[in-house]
Design a protein around this ligand. Structure first.
Ligand SMILES: [Zn+2]
Length: 411
């Protein structure tokens, strides 16, 4: 008898922990921290421990494996608690992020974990798990198809259909036919803005702003490779040089194994600024920083010719720019989810600063989710990663099963 238990994530965005268990094999999909933790300065994974037996350190392991959909903290933030005897599977890119990029960031030591790469498909006795690449606001995202006792369960993780690599999500959509259960994210259900903006449309907006004559300072995550390409292309179209930090140069290098078309620090229209910060110190210790020295540009050189540049912001470079240049000569673009601004952030210290929002969601719009359900025709649809699970009944033509956290569903 196969069972599904969503330990957390049925009624909130993030903190996903999905168990599928057929009596012989026990698997967990994602193990994220709740987004609320990010408003707290000193969160620790153990503050959010869930009552799941046989998963944690110092317990007899009862799980055969854990699978991660992507490297966002609300999907993997609790993995440090997992018993190192239990393998944790992820796509090659997610594996690279967790092993090579995350250790540069605070509280993300994954060295003790038993991390493994899932290429395509893997079986544990009578359960088969297949990874499907999808497009999301971080590289390396995947959905999972699980087959147990004649039933097929699809878990979407986070996905979208309007990014640069949205063909990945479309291919996934084409491959799925009539699953018995579709566990589908619904992040955008409560969000007012459903004005479909694609990365390509965003690029046009960046081009307009880059022509404004002010020095653009763009806030975005380098792990969001679609957004990097959008900003880089807009720079090329306006003849500007994109000044990145060493951390971004390093992230791009890690991503280079995914595709030859991912821009690298030594490409045209890219320079690297070495503004001092903890990540740069770590990169210097690892002897990574010196690689970028031929592309080094100082703040002084940027200020001497501001019309030539677009700067990728970060905490350290922003501070130096704000001290050196008049706010009204800057165009500060906030190209991240606006919810981050509701939490304590560095702009709180600069009350006179005007931020220009320019962003598109990392999550599928309602219309795209409807089309996904329409085409894949699931027998049952289960909401996850949403604050509006009861809206699924109005929006999607499928049998909806709403679960509570920790509730058991016999499949
Ligand atoms: Zn995500």
């Amino acid at each position: 008898m196969s069972k599904l238990i969503i330990h957390r994530g049925t009624n909130e965005i993030g903190a996903n922990a999905v168990e599928i268990n057929n009596g012989e094999v026990k698997l967990l999909f994602d193990f994220g921290i709740p987004l609320e933790s990010m408003t707290k300065e000193n969160w620790k994974p153990k503050d959010y421990k869930l009552p799941i037996k046989g998963l944690y350190k110092r317990e007899k392991p009862k799980f055969n494996a854990v699978f991660l959909t992507h490297a966002h903290l609300d999907h993997y933030g609790l993995i440090q608690l997992i018993n190192s005897k239990i393998p944790v599977y992820a796509s090659k890119t997610t594996y690279d992020i967790l092993t090579k990029i995350a250790p540069l960031l605070p509280k993300q030591d994954n060295a003790r974990l038993n991390l493994k790469i899932i290429d395509d498909e893997i079986s544990f006795k009578n359960i088969k798990v297949k990874a499907h690449k999808v497009n999301h606001s971080i590289a390396g995202a995947c959905a999972y198809e699980i087959k147990t006792e004649g039933k097929t369960i699809i878990y979407t993780g986070d996905l979208r259909f309007h990014g640069r690599a949205s063909y990945l999500s479309s291919t996934f959509k084409r491959k799925i036919k009539n699953p018995d259960y579709l566990i589908m994210e619904g992040t955008t259900l409560g969000r007012a803005e459903q004005n479909i903006t694609t990365e390509k449309e965003l690029e046009k907006e960046f081009v307009k702003i880059f022509k404004s004559g002010k020095l653009p300072l763009v806030q975005f995550s380098p792990q969001n490779i679609d957004r990097f390409v959008t900003v880089y292309r807009a720079c090329k179209r306006t003849g500007k040089t994109l000044v990145i930090d060493a951390y971004t140069a390093y992230v791009l290098e890690i991503y280079s194994s995914m595709s030859k078309s991912i821009p690298q620090y030594n490409w045209d229209n890219i320079m690297v600024n070495f503004a001092s910060c903890t990540i740069n110190h770590k990169l210097a210790e690892e002897k990574i920083l010196f690689k970028y020295k031929d592309k080094k540009i100082t703040l002084k050189e940027i200020i001497a010719n501001p019309e030539k540049f677009v700067i990728k912001g970060n905490w350290s470079i922003n501070k130096q720019i704000f001290n050196a240049i008049d706010y009204n000569k800057l165009e500060i673009i906030f190209s991240l989810w606006k919810g981050y601004l509701d939490r304590p952030n560095q702009f709180d210290d600069y009350k006179d600063i005007k931020l220009t929002p320019l962003h598109t969601s990392g999550h599928a719009y309602i219309k795209d989710l409807q089309e996904f359900v329409e085409q894949t025709q699931p027998k049952n649809l289960i909401p996850i990663h949403t604050e509006y699970k009861n809206k699924y009944r109005e929006l999607f033509s499928a049998n909806i099963i709403t679960l509570n956290d920790g509730e058991e569903l016999i499949l």
